[in-house]
Design a protein around this ligand. Structure first.
Ligand SMILES: Nc1nc2c(ncn2[C@@H]2O[C@H](COP(=O)(O)OP(=O)(O)OP(=O)(O)O)[C@@H](O)[C@H]2O)c(=O)[nH]1
Ligand SMILES: [Mg+2]
Length: 223
């Protein structure tokens, strides 16, 4: 029998090309894959980590961002303990689609799921979304927030280890109510007033096959 204390399921979602697969591969394999192709449907990786003296098995589900796979990927939300919502800090449309992703999460995920907003590709020098805007959006939606670079391995370990630590706390807690809020407070996010505006790139988000610029390949060719 495998020797682990907790098993947690973590699901990554977000627009095509934001770097979900690269984040997972950086964490599970310690590499940044050259020429990473688009995910078809859903991929699955597993990694056992030690947090707070406990062995934790993380099941990581890496979903495809492309619209045509949406009905498949939605079915993976329900049993997730944590959902990582990723955007690309150098691609505004991927940030503008976040409200649509949150609607999906609201509809398909467990209401107590731990939500983490991740701005990926901090190594790029053509940033379009300031850190503070990402933080504000996360605070407003009771999400944990981190910026990462799968390429430079920045904050990637931290992301998954902090999720594991938070999920352990939830699992141990007798009264696990409002744990997402607790997490947001713990990382010092104050009260926020800025509301993220929705960009027209996402109109028909869940009903047509239109793609953002990033999904058309800008991000893929620019690493
Ligand atoms: N500069 C930079 N490029 C990155 C980073 N992470 C991913 N990329 C690049 O972004 C492109 C898309 O990465 P993927 O990991 O395939 O994106 P994805 O979100 O899994 O895309 P889908 O599977 O289509 O949903 C690739 O060309 C990667 O090399 C990063 O941290 N920095
Ligand atoms: Mg992928």
């Amino acid at each position: 029998m495998e020797d682990y204390k907790f098993l947690f399921k973590i699901v990554l979602v977000g627009n095509a090309g934001v770097g979900k697969t690269c984040l997972v591969r950086r964490f599970t394999q310690g590499l940044f894959p050259p020429g990473q192709g688009a995910t078809i449907g859903v991929d699955f990786m597993i990694k056992t980590v030690e947090v707070e003296g406990e062995k934790i098995k993380l099941q990581i589900w890496d979903t495809a961002g492309q619209e045509r796979f949406r009905s498949i990927t939605q079915s993976y939300y329900r049993s997730a303990h944590a959902l990582i919502l990723v955007y690309d800090i150098s691609c505004q449309p991927t940030f503008d689609c976040l409200p649509d992703w949150l609607r999906e999460i609201q509809e398909y995920a467990n209401s107590k799921v731990l939500k983490i907003l991740v701005g990926n590709k901090t190594d790029r020098d053509d940033r379009e979304i300031p850190t503070q805007i990402g933080e504000e959006f996360a605070k407003q939606h009771d999400m944990y927030f981190l910026e990462t670079s799968a390429k430079e391995a920045e904050n990637v370990e931290r992301l998954f280890y902090e999720i594991a630590a938070e999920l352990i706390d939830q699992a141990r807690s007798k009264d696990g109510t409002n744990v997402n809020k607790t997490t947001a407070d713990a990382i010092g996010l104050g009260n926020f007033g800025t509301k993220a505006t929705q960009n027209s790139c996402c109109s028909g988000f869940s009903s047509n096959t239109s793609q953002t610029n990033c999904e058309n390949g800008n991000s893929r060719s620019n690493t």
